[in-house]
Design a protein around this ligand. Structure first.
Ligand code: GPV
Length: 818
């Protein structure tokens, strides 16, 4: 079609477009001191190309009647869009030149952009990487989510403590989204269910809702890399249905007229900032339902555009992927719609649901496994609860009773409803019962899902539980964020590695090549110099690019064990104070992490690290051998700056707790060497890079289990290790907080009196030993360069393109658009 013959834009043409938008869209003639206006105009110029491709993609989807995947996720951590879109459209150089002609540096223009931070951490970022890969591989896919007015909070430190301020990502508009009033939906809530006897003796259920909310879709185009496809991410915003009650307003009750509107708009107001903890709040439940209901209606509407009221192709055309249990209500909503709105029989509706839903599990942590009170379910969604009860009844009476006849205990254990003082709905059980496939996110995690989390379901439904190892997009996480390394790789890899990451393996041949090693490590050094500047401007701390840059960036969680890293830093400090000549490579420990606002211990860990950093960074006795920086407001944009400059990647979760991890992949891809436990995708990273190129330590999943059975006493480890005892005692006393004993004692308290739930002390000695081996390896610059290069070379498996292809082959069964 048209695109095949279309010539790529020249820099001059692109500049003309930018000027056009500066003049006519923004009416900003005098833009020389207005980089924000330039950013906006550049985005609008890019959008001209994007919308053209979007139109062509839509036409192709319709023409080819292609099956689509509908990715339902409460979170999308997109980050900034411009740089990525320019790379994916192959317009980066063109825009670079055009913007330079206007008197700006493209990189400075990027800095004016705001992150789309509609997610908490790994789960939301995975969704973003998946959208990139789906468009890159030309699959028909729609992402559905919530158009939060405020994404993840911004983090500042005040005297070492985390302060949260609201994220205002679209206060002044967002150039990457377009409102689609033609696709608005109306969503019923609350109310009661009427049972109506039909003439044929059957009964019909009629839901009389107590409130109706409007769902307004905002579309964010998702541009594939070097592909024909532009898909959309459709985000729902809630609004009041009847805009304003003029009668009330005229009668003088201005407040009441507003309150209904406020209440409706509250639904999409803010992203819940709790990562992997289920809050149990009604508003969160309504958020989940709201976006599921909007999305199911939208999916049906898209289908009916092609097939009208012929439902026979629905399960061939549609697959719905549930990103964790957060969108589970979509199952009940589709059941309800098919039966109540389209007169499906129970059996036909249920058969349909069992064909279209698939579910991804992202954690084994009990506090993250969602449960909702039956009483709340009943108040908000009475009709959905009825359906849920029937699903459960059939599941228990058919599936469970057939496999374990008369086993009451098993019934109670597997039931979707948990009995007890407060009856609860187990969302994961509903997902597993309904879905045709259930996947974990790394091999070890999927194995544990089968053996420990859902062994009975695995017996009941053989073959349903499977694995798809996570991946990351090499476009954002190498090509765009690390241009220098990318260009070096281009010189030795002949294929487009950004589209075929396994081709990076060719770099292995250069691992011992002295010239290549120098180039590779020079780039790492340049990236470190640049990050050192960023560190200085964000924290005021001076760091040397000649030191090891040791990075732990991820949400703050006890299971991720930032405090293990911290204790080891204290251990090093202890050694240096005892012996100022203690032989170690200078090291900068770099942290980036947000703590959930209500997570007490996580916030205490941030505070302790900041307090200790203040002391250590200013202690002349240790001759600059140790520095600690906690970078404020960790987010996608900051990750893009830190990752290219990392020498060491800390992946030190308690074995069995980190489902996969994805930061581990990004860091290794950029030539950082991992120090980590045998957890999540670390296991597979170790397989790829080989034991010589990774530092594995600590108790394994099986050893952690044995510890549990035999009884774990943290005090044994405390008493047995002089150094460990000494540094914990520092925290219990006032060593770092003179005159204020116990100010940093929360960590020590959790590790000792609190029973050390994440087995930090059990892994300390082996961790310290692995760190020493790492230090030793770094001293040998040839050896280190080899390790770093091989990490980059061996990351082919961890492109999200491979993950998506696994989903397509084993679960979604899509064919690419031609
Ligand atoms: I459940 N994950 C997350 O970021 N938030 C959540 O609420 C849940 C899981 C993460 C896991 O912790 C990571 O191990 C994993 O890599 C990521 O999801 C993507 O699968």
């Amino acid at each position: 079609m048209a695109t095949a013959t279309k010539k790529p834009l020249t820099a001059a043409q692109f500049k003309t477009k930018v000027l056009h938008h500066l003049n006519f869209t923004s009416s900003e003639v005098d833009f020389q001191d207005n980089p924000t206006a330039v950013l906006r105009a550049v985005c609008l110029a890019v959008n001209e190309v994007v919308y053209e491709k979007l139109k062509e993609t839509n036409a192709a989807h319709t023409d080819q009647k292609s099956r689509s995947v509908n990715y339902l996720s409460l979170e999308y951590l997109m980050g900034r869009m411009l740089s990525n879109n320019l790379h994916n459209l192959n317009l980066f150089e063109v825009a670079n030149k055009a913007v330079a002609d206007l008197g700006f540096e493209l990189e400075d223009i990027f800095e004016e952009g705001h992150d789309l931070a509609l997610g908490n951490g790994g789960l939301g970022r995975l969704a973003a990487c998946f959208l990139d890969s789906l468009a890159t591989l030309d699959y028909n896919a729609v992402g559905y989510g919530i158009h939060y007015e405020h994404g993840l909070f911004e983090q500042q430190f005040h005297q070492g403590r985390q302060i949260e301020t609201p994220d205002e990502w679209r206060e002044y508009g967002n150039p990457w989204e377009v409102c689609r009033p033609e696709a608005v939906q109306e969503i019923p809530l609350f109310g009661s269910v009427e049972t109506q006897a039909q003439v044929d003796g059957s009964v019909k259920k009629i839901w009389h809702p107590g409130q109706i909310i409007k769902g307004v879709p905002w579309d964010v185009p998702i541009v594939g890399y070097n592909s024909k496809t532009v898909n959309v991410l459709r985000l729902w915003e809630s609004r009041a249905c009847s805009h304003f009650d003029w009668d009330q307003f005229n009668a003088g009750s201005y407040q009441d007229a507003h309150s209904a509107q406020n209440q409706a708009e509250t639904i999409s107001k803010v992203l819940y900032p709790n990562d992997e903890t289920e809050a149990g709040k009604e508003l969160r439940f309504i958020q989940q339902y709201f976006f599921c209901a909007c999305s199911i209606k939208d999916i049906i509407k898209r289908y009916q555009k092609q097939y009208a009221d012929d439902w026979s192709e629905f399960a061939n055309q549609v697959v719905i992927q549930l990103n964790d249990t957060h969108p589970t209500i979509a199952i009940l909503e589709l059941m309800r719609t098919l039966m109540d709105d389209y007169d499906f029989s129970w059996d036909n509706a249920w058969a349909m649901c069992r064909k279209v839903f698939a579910y991804t599990n992202h954690t084994l942590l009990p506090e993250a496994l969602e449960k909702w009170a039956v009483s709340m379910f009943e108040r908000v969604l009475p009709r959905h609860l009825e359906i849920l009860y029937t699903i459960n009844e059939q599941f228990l009476n058919n599936d469970v009773a057939r496999m374990w006849p008369g086993d009451v205990q098993m019934r109670a254990q597997l039931s979707i409803i948990e009995e007890g003082q407060q009856k609860m709905v187990r969302m994961a059980h509903l997902c597993v019962v309904t879905s045709f496939k259930v996947n974990g996110v790394a091999q070890i995690h999927s194995d544990l899902v089968q053996s420990d989390l859902f062994p009975e379901f695995n017996a009941l439904y053989p073959g349903k539980l499977t694995n798809v190892t996570n991946g990351v997009t090499p476009r954002r996480w190498l090509k765009a964020c690390n241009p220098k390394l990318s260009k070096l790789l281009d010189t030795v890899v002949k294929t487009d590695w950004a589209k075929d990451l396994s081709s990076l393996d060719a770099v292995s041949e250069y691992a011992d090549d002295a010239k290549f090693q120098k180039k590779f490590m020079d780039i790492k050094h340049e990236n470190k110099v640049k990050l050192a500047g960023e560190i200085k401007s964000l924290t005021g701390v001076d760091v040397s690019a000649d030191a090891i840059f040791d990075v732990q960036i991820k949400r703050l969680h006890e299971y991720k064990r930032q405090h293990l890293n911290f204790l080891h830093i204290l251990g090093l400090y202890h050694r240096l104070l005892e012996n100022p000549d203690y032989d170690m490579q200078p090291r900068v420990f770099i942290f980036g992490a947000k703590a959930a606002p209500g997570y007490y211990l996580a916030k205490e860990i941030i505070y302790a690290i900041n307090k200790v950093a203040e002391r250590i960074n200013n202690d002349d006795r240790i001759q600059g051998k140790l520095k600690i920086v906690f970078m404020p407001n960790y987010r996608v944009t900051l990750a893009e700056k830190i990752i290219p400059a990392a020498d060491v990647s800390e992946q030190i979760s308690t074995a069995g707790k980190e489902a996969s991890g994805t930061g581990n992949m990004k860091l290794a891809l950029n030539g950082a060497v991992t120090i980590g436990t045998l957890d999540g995708a670390n296991v597979e990273i170790a397989e790829e890079v080989g034991d010589d190129n990774i530092f594995i330590f600590g108790n394994t999943v099986d050893q952690i289990k044995v510890m549990q059975v035999e009884g774990y006493n943290p005090w044994d480890f405390y008493h047995a290790d002089q150094e460990l005892k000494a540094v914990i005692d520092w925290l219990r006393g006032d060593f770092f907080t003179p005159g204020k004993p116990g100010e940093l004692s929360a960590i020590a308290h959790s590790l000792l009196e609190g029973g050390d739930p994440y087995r930090v002390l059990a892994d300390y000695a082996d961790y310290a030993k692995a760190q020493q081996a790492l230090d030793e390896a770094y001293k040998d610059s040839k050896r280190w360069a080899r390790m770093a290069i091989l990490n980059t070379a061996k990351m082919g498996k961890f492109t999200s393109d491979r993950s998506i292809q696994d989903y397509v082959n084993n679960i979604w069964k899509l064919t690419p658009i031609k």
